[in-house]
Design a binder for this molecule. Structure first.
Ligand SMILES: [Zn+2]
Length: 174
């Protein structure tokens, strides 16, 4: 009986996801598949989880994610000026965040939809700490980004922030 119920539940969930994707397809820039349960990163605390949601959706305060209000804004990274400030650039390659990255982001090498990061609690905690320490994706009115290295004085000192609150969902719940 249990196996029949489990099989039915699985089929219903698959059908629901299939219809969701069919009736309400995500925009082409959003590469993450729909899910019926909360993503594990949603347990990282509302503020940090919100930053992650926004950056994954390319609708964030990063310079390469312009809004409808500023469609022609400069997409260059305001911290290094070397390339557009995308999610991948901000997390994985921005040289102005290198100090914090080498200290805090060990093991995080991909932020794409298939990255191990999205199902690894240790990696998600590292990402949350990195985002908090570097104010990545924060509203500029809250925490202005550091000036580029070419504009002295440049400091790698992290802004003062409350420690991130971790309440990560168990993978068994997902
Ligand atoms: Zn940069």
């Amino acid at each position: 009986m249990e196996s029949t119920y489990s099989a039915l539940k699985k089929r219903v969930r698959e059908k629901l996801l299939e219809e969701w994707a069919s009736l309400f397809p995500t925009p082409g820039y959003y590469l993450h598949p729909p899910a019926l349960l909360p993503r594990p990163f949603m347990g990282l605390g509302m503020f940090i989880a919100g930053r992650i949601h926004q950056m994954r959706s390319e609708k964030s305060y990063l310079a390469a994610h312009p809004t409808w209000r500023s469609p022609d804004a400069d997409t260059s990274c305001p911290r290094c000026g070397l390339e557009p400030e995308t999610f991948a650039h901000a997390i994985l390659s921005c040289p102005s965040r290198q100090h914090s990255r080498s200290r805090l982001l060990h093991g995080v090498t991909d932020v794409g939809p298939e990255a191990p990061l999205w199902s690894s609690l240790p990696l998600l905690k590292r990402l949350a700490t990195f985002i908090g320490v570097t104010s990545t994706g924060f509203p500029p009115t809250m925490f202005p980004p550091a000036t580029p290295p070419s504009s002295p004085p440049f400091s790698l000192s992290p802004p003062r922030l409350p420690p991130p609150v971790f309440r990560v969902f168990s993978l068994a719940e997902v």
